[in-house]
Design a protein around this ligand. Structure first.
Ligand code: XUL
Length: 449
């Protein structure tokens, strides 16, 4: 059986055709927003803003990304007519607001990198305190939908009033494919501070506090299982058969959990992408005592833990460019020229303000003379700095013998060796770096009984 998994990520959209029985990707296509859709003025997937806490994108770009990736897949000769079901995922926390006619009621959608809602987080904290985490799986978080909607309703009351539906990007893209209003899955839905994870329903009290009428604007919640969603007629244009099942899209991290085959507890996943994330399936509901980590739904049932680090691949790329070296040097040579531990030299690249732990200033912070150090010392220092930070902030999730590393940077032998050292664990990688898209394709297969 062949299925398609679509990954709508921060910097672009990817699609894979997945042979479910052989567990293999047989075709793929990609779109990069900066290069392929320059008309949206978002070289890194978001609109440049003088205030670095504000990170927004034009939601139309995500629809164009979806359409373009499907045409590229069709034009590459992929067997579109044989696809049995479609699934996928999206960057988490991005919202898409629609009016009653299905038009965008907010021209710019905040994405997961937005941290401009500190004031709203304080209001949520003051009202709900620790109970927000015990109800929704996370304390009040800047990028989550509750804080973002509170801000939207306050700053743009007319646009908020015109909004009939507040979708996550994942449920919005599912709606586009199905041509009807689609539900939010519990993996991505848990990243909103609005879903009560004890009842798996929207928390009425929290929703009412966040913004007037919010609960009526939220999509229904999809519990793991089969949905009646079917591919809309207009996708025949891409060679697909209208009417095939569409699995509700989930968040990129929950999708990666499934794509890595880690949906049952035991293996932790480190995903190295625009953000670096650490996550693992868990049977019981347990929250981070330090308040940085999250509990999300596991799209196949149960829960998953997650910690998200904003300074991932973009930060590594900035350092690489500053050092004037190519990826081969960054990924391998730098690590053969230096020793584990780097003689105590540590650095952290704050390309963006950091969220885990919170850090407002940007720039490199090093405990040695950064400017005069050789490239290999700098590179090991920031990779060890990033991976040690991930280790420290995820101790609450537990210890793991095996860590599955995925995402673009999992190609780097140097980064893999640092992860093995820092976590004292065996490291495995997937053949493909597209674990999120594969997860979407595997979730699609579950729609076929
Ligand atoms: C997770 C998070 C990021 C995005 C990246 O909470 O914000 O990992 O999902 O796309």
């Amino acid at each position: 059986m062949l299925t398609i998994g679509i990954d709508s990520s921060t910097q672009g959209t990817k699609a894979v055709v997945y042979d479910v029985d052989a567990a293999k990707v047989v075709a793929s296509a990609a779109v990069n927003y900066g290069r392929d859709l320059p008309e949206f003025g978002s070289p890194d997937g978001f609109l440049p803003n003088a205030d670095t806490r504000v990170r927004r994108a034009n939601p139309e770009m995500w629809v164009r990304g979806l359409e373009l990736v499907l045409s590229r897949l069709r034009d590459s000769g992929a067997p579109m007519g044989e696809i049995a079901a479609i699934g996928g995922d999206a960057q988490q926390h991005a919202t898409v607001c629609l009016d009653a006619d299905g038009n965008f009621s907010r021209r710019e959608s905040p994405i997961w990198m937005d941290s401009s809602t500190t004031a709203e987080v304080a209001v949520l904290d003051a009202r709900f305190g620790k109970s927000l985490a015990s109800r929704t799986g996370s304390p009040a978080i800047e990028r989550f939908v509750a804080a973002q909607m509170m801000k939207f309703a306050r700053e743009e009351p007319e646009a908020y009033a015109r909004t009939a539906r507040v979708h996550l990007l994942s449920s919005f893209l599912t709606s586009v494919l199905a041509g009807e209003d689609a539900p939010v899955d519990i993996g991505d839905g848990a990243g909103m501070n609005l879903l009560n994870l004890q009842t798996l329903e929207w928390d009425e009290e929290i929703c009412a506090f966040v913004a007037n009428g919010l609960i009526g604007k939220l999509p229904r919640v999809h519990l793991p299982g089969v949905t009646p969603l079917r591919l809309a007629e207009r996708f025949a244009e891409y060679g697909l058969r209208p009417g095939i099942p569409v699995a509700p899209f989930t968040g990129d991290n929950p999708a990666s959990l499934v794509g890595c085959g880690a949906e049952k507890p035991g293996t932790a996943v480190v995903s190295l992408g625009t953000s670096d994330t650490f996550f693992a399936a868990m049977n019981e509901f347990r929250t981070d005592p330090d308040g940085y980590g999250h509990v999300f739904g596991n799209p196949v049932g149960g829960f998953m833990s997650l910690a998200c680090f904003k300074n991932g691949s973009l930060a590594r790329d900035c350092v690489r460019r500053e050092c004037g070296v190519d990826w081969k040097f960054f990924d391998e040579t730098a690590f053969s020229l230096t020793e584990a531990g780097n003689g105590g030299r540590r650095a952290f690249p704050y390309f963006e303000t950091e969220i885990t732990p919170k850090h407002e200033a940007t720039g490199i912070e090093a405990n040695f003379d950064w400017a005069s150090a050789p490239a290999e010392t700098k590179i090991r220092a920031i990779v060890e700095g990033q991976m040690s930070n991930i280790r420290e902030r995820t101790r609450w999730i537990g210890d793991f013998d095996t860590i599955c590393v995925t995402g673009g940077a999992s190609r780097s032998k140097g980064i893999l060796s640092v992860i093995a050292d820092v976590f004292g664990a065996k490291v495995k990688t997937l053949d493909a770096t597209d674990s999120a898209a594969i997860g979407g394709a595997r979730l699609a297969a579950l729609q076929i009984a």
